[in-house]
Design a protein around this ligand. Structure first.
Ligand SMILES: Cc1cc2nc3c(=O)[nH]c(=O)nc-3n(C[C@H](O)[C@H](O)[C@H](O)COP(=O)(O)OP(=O)(O)OC[C@H]3O[C@@H](n4cnc5c(N)ncnc54)[C@H](O)[C@@H]3O)c2cc1C
Length: 440
């Protein structure tokens, strides 16, 4: 094994890998980050809401919001629709880092901003258009990587530790045969999305996310993003998607067209660029590390996008792993101790939200609500403003998921929502009635 120029080699340079490199750079750790893509570049699949808890972590690594969110509208509310039963416009409330808004972020813009920020750190080298194609070993221990650079040349790089920040289909996880410690296959969904221009306003010019549950195993999300474009996502039970025939673009458009409450906004719009998507989005945890290696971000923990936690979890994992690596480099703990400490912290931070997300998939995608419940208790609860407050707190990780819909909270919201509904019916106007159907 040749001279060891790096303490750490990170495979993958997006939220998990590049933010880890930034934190290690700030601590003076000699770091090489190797990324297959060339920036500006977006990951193959990601239709991301970016929320204040993730932005607070981006602040910590010096990422500039004006740069990563350039020309991207701030979203301050969202509307939930339950098929033809009701709709609920709710405020997005969060005082985290002074931000009561969220974005549908342009991933190429975000990932490029984090990547470029690495040039500030003298101890960090960042190689793009370079692919890790193998690991160097000493017995079972990982001691470095084999990199194929853009010109086809292969180089062997030894390092104190190798970190897989290389996403869902992680090469590092495969090569070390990382154990899956937990997996949920019973609630998997399939997702397709496209970028649209000229999407009709929902109800006035305020940009907001529209989340439309078909109550039939499918849901649709309108996500206003940079430069006036809108991502439109169709998500459904993986088995229901698999039963549909045709190519992905025809299936996607067919699903949208079949729903007048969704299609009316798209009838005069046009889809630009390629359709993206993922079949059977995985939900799992891997073991977090072993002799000479660790995993962070999606390589460690993957889950459905319904609660939009992937970027936050990747940034948080990088923060926790960086702290353990710094202690390892300082000799305070050995590598095994560093992995143990990191794994305990990141698992405790992610597991309750993971269980909550799996519960939502079961309730909101996999089960069809009985019409009577949709017309009464669900309507009363989901149209009460407290629901919006609590949902904002849930997805910015400000309340424990177990407390999100604790029975006393639910009962209070249902009672208040029912009283509100009665008052509106007596007045003859109820803004939670579904939007009237338009002919398109
Ligand atoms: C449909 C969908 C919707 C989503 N919506 C949201 C959302 O609303 N909000 C949210 O926060 N998250 C969302 N996510 C999740 C989010 O995209 C991920 O959690 C996040 O990108 C994870 O970051 P990462 O750095 O771990 O991995 P990635 O972003 O996947 O980056 C991994 C990088 O590793 C590189 N790489 C892979 N192999 C190699 C190799 N051998 N050598 C060199 N480089 C390599 C890849 O090129 C890639 O750039 C969504 C995901 C999907 C699929």
């Amino acid at each position: 094994m040749g001279e060891q120029r790096y303490d750490v080699v990170i495979v993958g340079g997006r939220p998990g890998g590049a933010s880890l490199a930034a934190r290690l750079g700030a601590a003076g750790v000699r770091t090489l980050v190797v990324e297959r893509a060339r920036f500006p570049s977006a990951p193959a699949v990601s239709a991301p809401f970016l929320m204040p808890h993730a932005m607070a972590l981006l602040d910590e690594i010096g990422a500039d919001e004006a740069e990563y969110a350039a020309e991207t509208p701030r979203l301050r509310s969202f509307v939930l629709e339950l098929a033809g039963y009701f709709r609920s416009k709710l405020d997005f409330e969060s005082e985290l880092a002074g931000r009561s808004y969220y974005y549908t972020i342009d991933r190429a813009q975000l990932d490029t901003a984090i990547w470029r920020g690495l040039s500030r750190f003298a101890s960090v080298e960042a190689w793009s258009e370079a692919k890790v194609c193998g690991l160097l070993r000493e017995g079972d221990a990982v001691r470095g990587v084999v990199v194929e650079r853009g010109d086809g040349a292969r180089v062997e790089i030894s390092a104190g530790a190798v970190i897989g920040a290389d996403g869902r289909f992680s090469t590092v996880a495969k090569q070390v045969d990382a154990r899956v410690t937990e997996r949920r296959e019973d609630v998997e969904t399939t997702v397709y999305y496209g970028v649209w221009e000229g999407v009709a306003d929902y109800e006035g010019p305020e940009p907001l996310a529209q989340i439309h549950s078909g109550c039939d195993g499918f849901a649709f999300v309108f996500m206003p993003t940079a430069r006036g474009q809108t991502l439109v996502l169709a998500q459904g039970r993986a088995d229901a998607f698999a039963a549909l025939e045709g190519d992905p673009a025809a299936i996607y458009e067919g699903l949208l067209r079949a729903r007048p409450r969704v299609w009316w906004r798209l009838a005069g719009a046009r889809r630009v660029g390629a359709l993206a998507g993922m079949k059977r989005v995985g939900n799992l945890f891997h073991e977090a590390g072993g002799d000479g290696w660790a995993l962070v971000g999606d390589a460690y923990h993957q889950k459905d996008s319904i609660d939009a936690q992937g970027i936050y979890d990747a940034l948080l994992g990088a923060k926790l792993l960086a702290a353990s690596i710094v202690r390892w480099r300082a000799g305070a703990i050995d590598w095994q101790g560093a992995v143990k400490e990191y794994e305990a912290g990141i698992y405790a931070a992610c597991k309750p939200m993971f269980d909550s997300t799996m519960g939502r998939l079961a309730r909101e995608i996999y089960q069809v609500p009985p019409p009577m419940a949709a017309k009464t208790v669900m309507r009363w609860m989901l149209t009460h403003p407290d629901y919006g407050r609590r949902y904002s707190a849930l997805v910015t990780r400000q309340i424990e998921p177990a407390r999100f819909l604790a029975p006393p909270v639910m009962l209070t919201m249902i009672a208040k929502g029912a009283a509100q509904r009665l008052g509106r019916r007596l007045r003859g106007v109820d803004p939670s009635d579904p939007l009237p159907l338009r002919s398109v």
